[in-house]
Design a protein around this ligand. Structure first.
Ligand SMILES: C[S@@+](CC[C@H](N)C(=O)[O-])C[C@H]1O[C@@H](n2cnc3c(N)ncnc32)[C@H](O)[C@@H]1O
Length: 239
């Protein structure tokens, strides 16, 4: 089904990402789109089901993060149906990606996608992000972390900063209300060792949400007491 939209994928990628995809990359995005809509009939993966919208609001909206990525190790926290992690892996096959989520069924879908698309250097981890941040294998491990539509910024900082290396980057895609979240995050930034380095704005048009991508640098080590135990960051944000 997505194959008929291959030229639209090329066009929008060129327009918004500024790069030309190979035929193989376009084929992988098409296969991902087909699998997403097929599995969506059985699992609750996405409310967006019109291919044109999937391309813009999922694929392009994920790939716009590509140009800000630091280094090669990348984690997508609360990946859901693979956004932004899968489109980024297709755009940047050189990245070493971890997709993590607490919902096993979504990860089962992603394992099928990884195999069907023959993606290498990408794996799924089933965990709560708070536990992930305390795991010695992942704490201070990543060059870049992102997380879309998972938590408000003060909570997201507590999820993401512990797993970043010092000098690593959190890319937080937010909507037009991002300033309120930034104001709420002053204390969390200070406590957890983050600093807002810049904000990139995107307008994908055609009803897609205004995007403000916050670039947050980890400027010092996160104290060992963070993240707090599972559930606490969301219940009692550091704001
Ligand atoms: C609204 S979905 C967004 C999915 C995807 N990032 C996207 O933009 O389409 C939020 C996802 O975050 C996951 N999630 C929320 N809190 C989490 C936590 N504490 N640990 C791990 N995953 C979490 C949920 O299971 C869900 O798949």
């Amino acid at each position: 089904m997505f194959r008929e939209h291959a030229s639209l994928i090329q066009l929008l990628t060129k327009q918004h990402i500024g790069s030309e995809l190979s035929d193989l990359q376009v084929t992988k995005l098409c296969n991902f789109g087909d699998l997403l809509l097929d599995w969506n009939q059985r699992l609750n993966l996405t409310r967006i089901t019109e291919p044109h919208e999937v391309i813009l609001k999922h694929f392009i909206d994920s790939m716009v993060l590509g140009r800000f990525i630091n280094g090669l190790t990348f984690a997508d926290l609360g990946t859901g149906a693979g956004f932004p992690g899968i489109p980024l892996k297709i755009l940047r096959p050189d990245l070493d990606i971890v997709l993590m989520d607490s919902l096993k069924k979504r990860l089962d879908f992603l394992d099928v996608v990884i195999q069907a698309l023959d993606l290498k250097g990408i794996k799924t981890i089933h965990a709560r992000v708070e536990d992930f941040g305390r795991d010695v294998h992942y704490r201070r491990h990543f060059d870049t972390v992102s997380s879309r539509a998972v938590a408000r910024l003060p909570v997201l900082l507590e999820y993401a900063l512990p797993v970043l290396k010092v000098n690593g980057l959190l890319l937080a895609p937010k909507g037009s209300q991002y300033e309120i979240e930034v104001t709420e995050s002053k204390r969390a930034l200070l406590l957890l060792g983050g600093s807002i380095e810049g904000i990139e704005h995107f307008n994908l048009g055609e009803g897609a949400e205004h995007r403000a991508i916050l670039r947050i640098r980890k400027v010092k080590e996160t104290p060992p007491e963070y993240p707090r135990q599972a559930g606490t960051p969301a219940k009692d944000p550091l704001s």
